[in-house]
Design a protein around this ligand. Structure first.
Ligand code: ADP
Length: 464
């Protein structure tokens, strides 16, 4: 057998003839292994492997030639080759010591060559060892020839101490393994405990979240129901109130009518008070009814082509009659200012804004302008009045909210929420910008095409 990796060169040869030779071979094997630089454990491994194989070959073949070689190359190794004088029955080696021996060495080959059996085993020389060179081999050969084998008893005692050391080593490993096992078990327990704690926490959190969602759903439903109930209540109450309030107004008018019995001056003053209060109440009731209708979706816009010039003209006409401190300017919209909308609802929104402007402006002007902005019309009502503090600019769109200092008795606080509801119903929006002392600008933005059919169909049905 030749080696493919390097050039094996014989370091030493020995003959195996009698039982005593097994001791010698083992001992020399250790010496050779030490000389080429194998580590202590590996020296014992290869020596043990060799003596096991030698023992078997002595029984099966009556002996062998033993050749120790150092193989150079990428992976330098110590190789021992045993050649028997007669072939060894194939089963004896492979089923006998070979299994155990194979574990002790890196390589083990058993091969029949003509009238002999060759057993070859090798163990790697560690990279830290001195490289196997021709010069080193020569040196090793001389050293080995000079060293004299010791007596079998010495070898036995050396073998014993090696065995003890190996046992110690095994015990240390076992102890270390036991310690690691214990540690692992403990860690596992810890991990398990942590895991189960985390799962429990997660489960609990999940339960909480689910409960929270259920509660939220319930609250939303309650809120919706409450809001609907409020709108229904407002609509019903205001509707029911309208008739008696109108009756009071009528009766008041009758009392002061010239055809009725004359009243004393005091009576006449008191009847006027009643009529004024009834008129205020009627305004409030009407506003409430409008808002309730808009909120409950019971207003269905009557979509038509609306000409802004017509709407602006009508508003200019009706509001001119009002006695106001500020000047009212309703600018003429550009020709072709048409959009799809509901003329009545749109007029209500704009009238509301103009009324407010005139109400909260002591001097200067209130100006209404229409501008085209892409697919929208922007209608701005700008005034030079008291203005609205920034932090109240959202609140004025809440029902009944009136900014402090604006002359509370002058309205109901329902105009803007109503106007915004209507603007939304018309597919648009109502926004405000304002500066205290400088004035306010309310802007209604409306889509030129009105509300697309699909979006309009999403709204709750209403009979107006
Ligand atoms: P009302 O006018 O009946 O009080 P609105 O809902 O129309 O109710 O308006 C709510 C509040 O918003 C008003 O009370 C006022 O404080 C403020 N506001 C509305 N328009 C103007 C404006 N043009 N200038 C200053 N403040 C305004």
């Amino acid at each position: 057998m030749t080696d493919r990796l390097g050039q094996p060169e014989s370091l030493m040869r020995m003959a195996l003839r009698v039982e005593h030779d097994i001791f010698l071979i083992r001992q020399r094997a250790r010496e050779v292994a030490a000389a080429v630089g194998l580590e202590h454990q590996d020296q014992i491994r290869i020596a043990t492997a060799l003596s096991e194989v030698a023992r078997q070959l002595l029984v099966d073949a009556g002996g062998a030639e033993v050749d120790f070689r150092a193989v150079a190359g990428d992976q330098p190794r110590l190789q021992v080759e045993l050649t028997t004088p007669v072939p060894v029955p194939p089963t004896t080696l492979s089923t006998g010591p070979a299994v155990a021996v194979a574990r002790l060495v890196d390589q083990l080959h058993i091969q029949d060559v003509g009238q002999a059996t060759v057993v070859q085993m090798s163990r790697r020389i560690p990279p830290s060892a001195e490289p196997v060179t021709g010069e080193r081999l020569a040196r090793l050969r001389t050293e080995l020839t000079e060293s004299r084998p010791t007596a079998p008893l010495d070898e036995l005692s050396a073998q014993n101490s090696q065995l003890i050391a190996a046992l110690d080593e095994a015990r240390r490993h076992r102890d270390e393994l036991a310690r690691l096992n214990a540690e692992l078990t403990e860690t596992n327990q810890g991990v398990l405990a942590l895991y189960s704690q985390l799962s429990e926490e997660l489960e609990e959190t999940n339960r909480g979240v689910v409960a929270l969602y259920a509660e939220l759903d319930e609250k939303s439903a309650q809120l919706r129901a409450a809001s609907e109930a409020k709108s229904r209540f407002l609509a019903n109450v205001s509707h029911e109130l309208r008739a008696p309030v109108t009756a009071i107004l009528g009766l008041g008018r009758l009392l002061t009518d010239s055809a009725s019995d004359p009243l004393t001056e005091e009576q006449s003053r008191q009847v006027d008070l009643i009529r004024n209060s009834a008129a205020d109440l009627l305004t409030l009731v009407n506003d409430l009814l409008d808002l309730a209708k808009a909120e409950s979706g019971r207003i269905e816009p009557a979509w038509t082509e609306v000409d802004l010039r017509v709407v602006f003209g009508q508003l200019r006409g009706t509001l001119r009659a009002l006695e106001t401190k500020a000047r009212l300017v309703v600018e003429e919209p550009p020709p072709g200012s048409v959009l799809r909308s509901d003329e009545v609802l749109l007029s209500r929104v704009l009238r509301n804004l103009l009324h407010n402007g005139l109400k909260f402006t002591e001097r200067g002007e209130v100006r209404m302008v229409a501008e085209r902005d892409g697919g929208f019309w922007r209608i701005s009502v700008h005034d030079t009045g008291v203005g609205i503090p920034t932090k109240l600019q959202d609140r004025i769109f809440e029902e009944f909210y009136q900014a402090p200092g604006g002359g509370r008795s002058a309205g109901t606080g329902l105009g803007l929420p109503y106007a915004r509801q209507l603007a939304t119903l018309l597919g648009g929006a109502l926004e405000v910008t304002s500066e205290v002392g400088a004035g306010s600008t309310f802007v209604v933005t409306l889509p030129i095409g009105g509300v697309p059919a699909a979006a309009a169909a999403d709204r709750p049905e209403g009979g107006g």
